[in-house]
Every structure is written in structure tokens, then in C-alpha cells.
Design a protein around this ligand. Structure first.
Ligand SMILES: *[C@@H]1O[C@H](CO)[C@@H](O)[C@H](O)[C@H]1NC(C)=O
Ligand SMILES: *[C@@H]1O[C@H](CO)[C@@H](O)[C@H](O)[C@H]1NC(C)=O
Ligand SMILES: *[C@@H]1O[C@H](CO)[C@@H](O)[C@H](O)[C@H]1NC(C)=O
Ligand SMILES: *[C@@H]1O[C@H](CO)[C@@H](O)[C@H](O)[C@H]1NC(C)=O
Ligand SMILES: *[C@@H]1O[C@H](CO)[C@@H](O)[C@H](O)[C@H]1NC(C)=O
Ligand SMILES: *[C@@H]1O[C@H](CO)[C@@H](O)[C@H](O)[C@H]1NC(C)=O
Ligand SMILES: *[C@@H]1O[C@H](CO)[C@@H](O)[C@H](O)[C@H]1NC(C)=O
Ligand SMILES: *[C@@H]1O[C@H](CO)[C@@H](O)[C@H](O)[C@H]1NC(C)=O
Ligand SMILES: *[C@@H]1O[C@H](CO)[C@@H](O)[C@H](O)[C@H]1NC(C)=O
Ligand SMILES: *[C@@H]1O[C@H](CO)[C@@H](O)[C@H](O)[C@H]1NC(C)=O
Ligand SMILES: *[C@@H]1O[C@H](CO)[C@@H](O)[C@H](O)[C@H]1NC(C)=O
Ligand SMILES: *[C@@H]1O[C@H](CO)[C@@H](O)[C@H](O)[C@H]1NC(C)=O
Length: 443
């Protein structure tokens, strides 16, 4: 399984430095490092935000409540200066609408934000800082292309409910849709929408997520509808329907990495070619994002409403819709040692994990059967803080349709923009490459 594999690889990497504390359905996090990341590692600080999973954390209050949805339109033209790094963001929603991990750049000619995947890396992820609890989200984007390269636009909750658009680079005339409930691996729920050349053309993709249905549309035409009543499981008496507050995430990732499980690789269209022309010019695989609209539609009935600012899990009963309330609550930690119980703590904690990050999240699932795989959000950055220089010869010299990115490149994991010139493209390729090597080695 991909997730198991990625997580164990990440853990192997981490354990070079020190023993980490893990969390899962049988083992919650301890009080001193109370927050369980989606990769199953316990920590504090950024671990208690974003992907913090309340099911496996120390207590119901360990993960901070998450900021409520806000109607907005984001134009991603010249946007990198407004992005913050996922690994240093401490939850101040006034400071950013979106965070990134990986490689984000402005492509001014196109008025878009590029999410890139340089050679041997695990790509990039853009995440909303606010959560949506039903509503509509649409994105105008161009996908990447070629075998093994996955582009995704998803809604992803802390308890791993998920609604997806995914594009497999091997078939640029197809949009795939999927959903998951509480991280349960079921590969029979994907659906296809034919779409004309998602790589060369901007299309608008919309997920309309309501309490009773999800509708996936392309350019205003509904291509798939899922009704909640179709997800009822009579054995368990549950609606296996995504129903918890979710972040919006866009990403590019290597489903066809040599280290991916066979099923994921097959679904991704085969092995990724790290010597494809894109890696020469512009120097990376990429997707381009122009605009996102968000229209919120919070539930009004059947939930606790005692405020307007945040979504909070109020009961450990089942982590369903009914267990969540809308409250007024603090949503940020004061420092990397902060937790939901003690956001401003000055306590020193016993693991380095508290000083960096949760590597955001990793897919909760892979593909056993070659059908849909979920987004892989491997972020890295647990240990290495410095950057290595990665040079690509012919960037920005292109006269083809491939973007020649001129403005700003980000160094992964620092959050600070650095100006790039025409020849040198500074990236923290180091960790990702090492990770990939380890992944390869483990296989
Ligand atoms: C959960 O984590 C504990 C501690 O790391 C480990 O011993 C146990 O095998 C794990 N259980 C599962 C189901 O992964
Ligand atoms: C949050 O960010 C805003 C805008 O950058 C800033 O004015 C405010 O002081 C920050 N709040 C905290 C608690 O850091
Ligand atoms: C990518 O990985 C291959 C195989 O491990 C290695 O030979 C190559 O130097 C790496 N390239 C970069 C740019 O990291
Ligand atoms: C966002 O909304 C505006 C105004 O309704 C519309 O013109 C635009 O096409 C929408 N963009 C997307 C990505 O849905
Ligand atoms: C996508 O569809 C168009 C129109 O049918 C066709 O011309 C093109 O060859 C297709 N591209 C691929 C990669 O299949
Ligand atoms: C997967 O989902 C399908 C359709 O929703 C359902 O029929 C099937 O039983 C599910 N499989 C498992 C293992 O839950
Ligand atoms: C969707 O299309 C892909 C080819 O692009 C195909 O491999 C897959 O089986 C299709 N899935 C479904 C559910 O039809
Ligand atoms: C599910 O709900 C939809 C919309 O309310 C309805 O049209 C459909 O008949 C229902 N299907 C089942 C199996 O109950
Ligand atoms: C119901 O869910 C169980 C797992 O919880 C699964 O084994 C079973 O196949 C599902 N049945 C249906 C009809 O979906
Ligand atoms: C409602 O929220 C306020 C503070 O925001 C809190 O003092 C009060 O206990 C809450 N009431 C309930 C019923 O949860
Ligand atoms: C957080 O804990 C570490 C030790 O784990 C300590 O070095 C650091 O000073 C603490 N930071 C703050 C802001 O308390
Ligand atoms: C990064 O760290 C490695 C190992 O500590 C060191 O050899 C290298 O010079 C550092 N690179 C930079 C750019 O600081």
C-alpha cells in the first residue's frame, strides 16, 4: 500500500536522527507530544494544525479547532509573495489564505501560479488555511502531463474524508473523480469525465459538496453526481459519505515513482520519466493555477452552533458531521511547542519533531488495484533545514509553450522567497532526493 510504504519510508528517514513517536488507531499520542499528523507521527506546533488527526491525538483538545470557511476568490497572478510555508505557518489565518510545500513560482505571462516537481522530488502541495464544511469550490487550472505524473485538486479532512479530482498524466483527455470516507480504502468509487486536453487548456473544475450529494463539474457541466444515500452501508449502519470540514489542496506528485507500489504506478500510467523534456526545459514537471472560487455552505441544523469562527470536534463518539460544532475559539499556536491544550506554552518538549513539521500529510491510501489513488502529500522537512543548489541549464530560454518562469522561486521549507536568475534554480532538492533514494532502497 502506498501510504504504508511512504509513511514507513519517512519514518526510516526520520529515525536516522532520533526515535519518533507514532500514532494510529490502537495507539494515541502521549501528552508531551499530543498531536497525530496524517503520517502517523506525534508532535506539537504545526502538528496540532492543518492535518492534525483528532482520532489518534492525545485528547479531543490537542488539535486546534480549524478556521471556518470564508467566501472568496483568489487570483493566483503574482501570488507567491502572499503564500506562506506550510512547515512554518502557525495558524494565523489573517496572515495567509494559502500555504505551500515544495516548489511554487509565479508565471507572469500566464497570470498563474506554478506548482512544480523537479527531478527526483515528491512535488508540491498548495493548501487552504481555512476549511470548508460543505459548499462549492472551483479552480481554473492546467494539469501536468506524461506517464507517472499526477495532478490533484481535492478536499481533505482531518479524519481523512476526501473528495477528489485527479489527473493522470498518461491520459490528458480524462478527468478522474473519487471520494473516500474516514480514510477507508475502497478503490471502487472512482468515476471518469472526458475532458479535452487538460494539459494544453485551462478548464474550470468544480466540486459542489452538500450534505446530501457531491457534484463534480467541468466547465459548468456536471459530469458526476454522488448521493449520500448511495453510500449507505447496511452492515455498519453508516453513510460512508465525506462529511467533515476539509481543506482545499492542489498538488503535483510522482504516482509513477520507482518507489511507488505497483498498483499506484500502474494507475499513474507507469514509471515516471525523470529525463523527460520538461526536466530540461523548464526544469520540472508542473501544473498551472489561475483562480479558485470558494462559496461556503455551513450546515445550519443538527449541529452545535456557539460562535462563528472555527470548526471543532466536540465528541469522540464517531468523528462524523454530528460530532462537530461551530464555535469561537483560538486557532493558532504561539510557537512550535504549542498544542491545543496549551497554545502559548513555554514548555520545552522532548522531540525535534516539535521544531519542524508534520510533513503535512501523506496519502491515507494508495492503490492496491490500480484504480484511484489519493494525493500524496509528502512534505519532508523533518530534519534538514539547509538547502542545496540545483541547477538547470536552459530555464527561461524556452520559446515553446512551456513556461519560462521569471519571477520568484521559493526555497522549500524556508518560507522566504529568493530571486532566481536564468541559470540557477535554488531548491531544497536535498531532502526530497534523499527521501526518494531511501524509498528506492527500501523497495
Ligand atoms: C500502532 O502503533 C504502535 C506503536 O508504534 C504499534 O506497536 C502498533 O503495531 C501499531 N498498530 C497498527 C495497527 O499499526
Ligand atoms: C496575524 O497576522 C496579521 C496579518 O499579518 C497580523 O496583523 C497579526 O498581528 C497576526 N496575529 C498574531 C497573533 O500573530
Ligand atoms: C536523481 O536520482 C538519480 C538516481 O538516484 C541520480 O543519479 C541523480 O543524480 C538524481 N538527480 C538529481 C538532480 O537529484
Ligand atoms: C469565479 O467567479 C467569477 C464570478 O462569478 C467567475 O467569473 C469566474 O469564472 C469564477 N472562476 C472559477 C475558477 O470558477
Ligand atoms: C485528446 O483528444 C483529442 C481530440 O479527440 C485528440 O486529438 C488527441 O490526440 C487526444 N490526446 C491524447 C494524448 O490522447
Ligand atoms: C466500496 O464501496 C462500494 C460502493 O460504494 C461498496 O459496494 C463496497 O461494499 C465497498 N467496499 C468495502 C470493502 O467497503
Ligand atoms: C478512467 O479512465 C482511465 C483511462 O484514462 C481508465 O484506465 C480507468 O479504468 C477509467 N476508470 C473508470 C472508473 O472508468
Ligand atoms: C437518493 O437521493 C436522490 C436525491 O434525493 C434520489 O433521487 C434517489 O432516488 C435516492 N436513491 C436512493 C437509492 O434512495
Ligand atoms: C460495509 O462496510 C464493511 C466495512 O466496514 C465492508 O466490509 C462491507 O463490504 C461494506 N458493505 C457494503 C454493502 O458496502
Ligand atoms: C459557548 O462559547 C462560550 C465562549 O465562546 C463558552 O463560554 C460557553 O461555555 C459555550 N457554551 C456551550 C454550551 O458550549
Ligand atoms: C521548544 O522546545 C525546545 C526543546 O524541545 C526548546 O529548545 C525551545 O526553546 C522551545 N521553544 C519555545 C518557544 O518554547
Ligand atoms: C547543508 O548541510 C550539509 C550537511 O550538514 C553541509 O555539508 C552543507 O554544506 C550545507 N549546505 C548549505 C548550503 O548550507
Amino acid at each position: 500500500m502506498k501510504t504504508y510504504f511512504l509513511v514507513s519510508a519517512l519514518l526510516a528517514l526520520v529515525s536516522f536522527v532520533r526515535a519518533e513517536i507514532y500514532c494510529n488507531e490502537t495507539q494515541a499520542c502521549p501528552e508531551e507530544l499530543p498531536c497525530c499528523s496524517l503520517t502517523g507521527i506525534c508532535g506539537s506546533g504545526t502538528f496540532c494544525l492543518g492535518s492534525c488527526n483528532p482520532k489518534y491525538s492525545f485528547g479531543l483538545d490537542s488539535c486546534l479547532p480549524v478556521p471556518i470557511c470564508k467566501d472568496m476568490t483568489t487570483d493566483f497572478k503574482s501570488y507567491t509573495s502572499k503564500l506562506l510555508n506550510t512547515y512554518t505557518y502557525l495558524g494565523n489565518v489573517s496572515s495567509a489564505d494559502w500555504t505551500y510545500s515544495g516548489y511554487a513560482m509565479d508565471y507572469d505571462d500566464d497570470g498563474s501560479l506554478i506548482l512544480a516537481m523537479p527531478k527526483n522530488t515528491t512535488g508540491s502541495v498548495l493548501s487552504s488555511t481555512r476549511y470548508m464544511w460543505y459548499g462549492k469550490v472551483s479552480a481554473r487550472l492546467k494539469t501536468s502531463h506524461l506517464a507517472g505524473v499526477i495532478t490533484s485538486f481535492i478536499l481533505y479532512s482531518q479524519v481523512q474524508d476526501e473528495i477528489d479530482f485527479e489527473w493522470v498524466g498518461a491520459d490528458i483527455n480524462m478527468t478522474q473523480t473519487n471520494f473516500y470516507w474516514q480514510g477507508e480504502l475502497n478503490y471502487t468509487n472512482s468515476g471518469n469525465i472526458s475532458t479535452l486536453d487538460t494539459y494544453d487548456n485551462y478548464h474550470t473544475y468544480e466540486m459542489d459538496w452538500q450534505e446530501d450529494y457531491v457534484k463534480w463539474s467541468v466547465d459548468g457541466v456536471v459530469g458526476r453526481v454522488l448521493y449520500k444515500n448511495q453510500t449507505y452501508n447496511a452492515t455498519s449502519g453508516e453513510y460512508k459519505f465525506p462529511q467533515t470540514p476539509s481543506r482545499i489542496q492542489l498538488s503535483i506528485w510522482p504516482g509513477g515513482a520507482a518507489s511507488s507500489p505497483e498498483g499506484t504506478r500502474a494507475w499513474a500510467g507507469g514509471l515516471i520519466n525523470w529525463d523527460a523534456p520538461d526536466l530540461e526545459d523548464p526544469g520540472y514537471y508542473y501544473m498551472s493555477l489561475q483562480q479558485i472560487n470558494i462559496t461556503c455552505n455551513d450546515p445550519t441544523e443538527g449541529i452545535v452552533r456557539n460562535g462563528t469562527q472555527a470548526y471543532k470536534y466536540l465528541s469522540t463518539d464517531s468523528f462524523y458531521h454530528k460530532d462537530i460544532g461551530i464555535v469561537d475559539a483560538n486557532v493558532l499556536v504561539g510557537n512550535f511547542n504549542g498544542t491545543g491544550e496549551d497554545p502559548q506554552t513555554s514548555t520545552t518538549r522532548s522531540s525535534t519533531s516539535s521544531s519542524s513539521s508534520s510533513s503535512s500529510s501523506s496519502s491515507s491510501k494508495g492503490s492496491a488495484s490500480g484504480s484511484g489513488s489519493s494525493t500524496q502529500l509528502m512534505g519532508s522537512s523533518v530534519i534538514f533545514n539547509n538547502s542545496t543548489t540545483f541547477t538547470t541549464e536552459s530555464r527561461s530560454q524556452s520559446s515553446t509553450s512551456i513556461p519560462a518562469v521569471q519571477s520568484t522561486a521559493f526555497i522549500q521549507n524556508t518560507g522566504s522567497p529568493v530571486s532566481s536568475d536564468n541559470n540557477a534554480f535554488k531548491l531544497q532538492a536535498g531532502l526530497s532526493s534523499i527521501l526518494i533514494c531511501i524509498l528506492g532502497y527500501l523497495l
